[in-house]
Design a binder for this molecule. Sequence first.
Ligand SMILES: C[S@@+](CC[C@H](N)C(=O)[O-])C[C@H]1O[C@@H](n2cnc3c(N)ncnc32)[C@H](O)[C@@H]1O
Length: 420
Amino acid sequence: MVAILGFTREDILVAVKDMYTAVATAPSARFHFPVGLTGCRAVGYPEQALRGLPDAAIESFAGVGYPFRAGIVRAGDTVLDIGSGSGTDALIASRLVGPMGRVYALDMTPAMVAKLRGLIATTRASNIEVIEGNAERIALPDASVDVVTSNGMLNLVPDKRRAIAEMFRVLRPGGRVQIADIVIGLPVTPDCAADPKLWAECVVGATVAEDYLAMFRDAGFADVEVLREFDYFAHSASPDTQDVARRFHARSIEITMRRGARAPAKIVQLARRMDPRRIAAALERRGLAGIVALGVAACACYGTLAALAVLSVLGITLAVNDAAVAGVVALLAALAAAVVGLGMRKHRSAGPVLPAALGAALIGFAMLVRYDWRIELAGFVLLAAAVAWDWRLRRHAHAAPSQAPQSIDRTMSSAGSSPD
Ligand SMILES: C[S@@+](CC[C@H](N)C(=O)[O-])C[C@H]1O[C@@H](n2cnc3c(N)ncnc32)[C@H](O)[C@@H]1O
């Protein structure tokens, strides 16, 4: 079984199903996120979009934004709503596509599926077909839909890349996507990640915004555009959920994009994920860039010495360019010190900068001017202390409850390469 952030995939699916069974069957209970008509209004549904929809659909609404802001559903389209819940969006799409169009409503929670099926039987929405299933394996043929819509679902899915690849597969080339979802600004820390309930409340399963958008581009989507971001958790009735959401800068995002002509080869996707700038940014967000730079510097220095010693015991002599190794070690030590310097922007404390600078200077002196193992060791000890100090300060800054982010309605284009 795959363990994700400390609990298994099965734990997540069970927690999510339990949560949304409750939303389907007892919508007037108290939830830690906005539900029903209040929820629709909080996330920006215009009254006119809701007019005429069955109360039973709206009462179990649990979306996190208004994906139809993208305005991409046309008469005659085939639309797939992934994570359709009680069907508010599927019913809106059913009206937009008209009698010549078709809507597939897919959800994995049996209670939501039963509720929507019951609703359809009592309305004239005969162009909706409900599918019980998982977003990671959609029971529809390749290139069979014009539009994918989804609201509050992807953050709940354990294997997001797989779900995105499935969206790509079922869409026709040039097909369009509209999504409302939760993203975060800072990676979730292990203490919060160990709570499946927080996953089901849409906080812990969310992805850092930049990585979220990159996952779509990696999969072959083009023209990925952010239409709106806003503080969804300001509408939560739970101070605890609000606090966790604030810690990780969780917010709603409404996005649109189109499917490129073909999915990039797996090797190209992997190369994009391995882009050193992406890796450096991910390490920096986790506060680990300094630790990694220091670790690599120490490995380059002492690891090279240890490897040479072991090889000589085995009777193997290797010619190593001492100047090159010394240059790399000095450079990495300077990099680790620079990362500590950049930490000041996050935790506003200059404390670790002096030992970091001194440590890197001592290492540089020992490597490039006059080698003395004591100076080198003192440099590494100072730098390690500075990096550890910086990391602690970053964690504290991260954990401190920040100001509630203002609701931001903004339109911005996300720069990204088009795969076409
Ligand atoms: C936050 S609710 C939103 C429901 C609906 N879109 C709405 O706006 O009311 C998320 C829905 O996604 C469904 N869901 C979560 N993970 C899923 C998965 N892996 N596959 C299919 N559905 C999933 C849940 O059962 C739930 O009904």
